[in-house]
Every structure is written in C-alpha cells, then in structure tokens.
Design a protein around this ligand. Sequence first.
Ligand SMILES: Nc1nc2c(c(=O)[nH]1)N[C@H]1C(S)=C(S)[C@@H](COP(=O)(O)O)O[C@H]1N2
Ligand SMILES: [Mo]
Length: 235
Amino acid sequence: MSNDEGAPVGRRVVLGLLALGGASVAAGPWVSRLLGGVAGELSRHDPTGLSALIPGTGWRYYTVTSGFPYHSPSTYRLMVTGNVEHELTLTLAQLQELPRTRLTRDFQCVTGWRVPDVHWEGVRLATLLDRAGVQPGQTAVRFTSYDGTYTESLTLAQARRSDVLVVDTLDGRPIGRAHGGPARLLVAPMYGYKSCKWLSSIEVTDRLEPGYWERFGYDQNAWVGRSNGRDDAPT
Ligand SMILES: Nc1nc2c(c(=O)[nH]1)N[C@H]1C(S)=C(S)[C@@H](COP(=O)(O)O)O[C@H]1N2
Ligand SMILES: [Mo]
C-alpha cells in the first residue's frame, strides 16, 4: 500500500524537524524561509499532530492524510467483513442498538502526550465479532478508516478483550469529526495509534497484517507501559 507522506520518515525525525523550525527565527531569513517551507509541509500533513494541540484539553488531533474526513451520522456505515459467517453493514443507529459499555481510561500517544480519565462509550468489538460469526481458523482482525489510508490490526485474542470498543461517545458527547467520528476504534490498553479513527471496516482474517505506523517500525503489540503506575498491564 502507498504512503501519503512519501518517504518513510519516522516521527522522531519529524519532531526533530519541528524543533529546528522553532530555531529558525534566530538563524536568519534564508534559513527561516527554508525551514518555513518544511514546517508548512509538515503542518499541512501534520503526522505528529503538534500543530493541532488543543489548548486546555491535552488532546492533539491526528490525521496522516491531508485533512479530516467526515461522514454524518446518517451516511456513516460500519462493515464487519472478511472470514465471517454473515457480513454486517451497520448504520450508526444499528450500531447504537447493540449492548453498550462504558470505559474511563487515560488516552496516551506513543509520542508522550496523555489525556487523563477520558470517558468513552460504545460497543465491544467482541459483540460485533459475535454478531458476524467468526469462521474457524481465524487469527486476526484488520481495521480500515474511511480516510482511505489508515489501517490497524489486532490479533483475534486482543480484539476480543473487554477493553477494546467501537466508540461513538467521548466525554458524554457524540465523537466529532476531529476525533474520528461518528465512530472509531478504542484499544484502551494500547497506545493511541491502535485506535483507528473514522472506522469503516472490521475485517476478520487468518493473517496479522501490520497497520499504518507498524510499517514504520512501531510495535504491533502496543501495550502502554507501567512507567507511570496508572496504566493497565498487558494480559
Ligand atoms: N484514521 C486515523 N486514525 C488514527 C490516526 C490517524 O492519523 N488517522 N492517528 C492515531 C494516533 S497516532 C493517535 S495518538 C490517535 C489520536 O487520536 P485523536 O486524534 O482523537 O487525538 O489516533 C490514532 N488513530
Ligand atoms: Mo499517536
């Protein structure tokens, strides 16, 4: 699959470039122009989300594409497909009729930012998998975004955890466009990159495929560490 960002530039490199951008003011106009171009390029694609820090909330809005796609609650569809007994295509209303569950967890990006005690509400991924009926011999689940680029994946065992949800509510409100609404994945025990925004399909497969960031070397098993004493340990 192709990569929107062109060259496989790791986020650490990108963060370094942003730091350089900050130094450009002192370095003289030509350097400034050069780095300004780099910064402009970065903020347009904004792979780090740094240019979209939301003041006062701790959130950053991420998108690896050039914008924030959106489906309204009436045009949104979620597919459960692949090696299942009955493929599902759910409207948002149909998704919301399924048994619901709530979860309050810190949300943490692998780059270091964290939002404490985020309240999420939605449907367990396991519930959706059970409704579709997973065929024997399957081992993995692949997620795609309707941004047309982002993908993620989990083992079937990870996907069946009770803290892995398809969420439509964030802190008591419908999930808006920037946070990946009307519905996104929430893989609560793992770093934020597992939680695919603008979720469009859930595909059951017999082969684990690396997700978008995993093709750049990030771990498939993205368990949040215990370093701060608050995170869930992997099980
Ligand atoms: N479709 C899509 N999903 C995505 C991303 C993205 O760029 N595109 N970024 C991921 C990363 S790295 C993080 S930390 C979270 C950020 O969620 P937020 O934008 O709601 O803060 O979304 C994840 N899901
Ligand atoms: Mo992230």
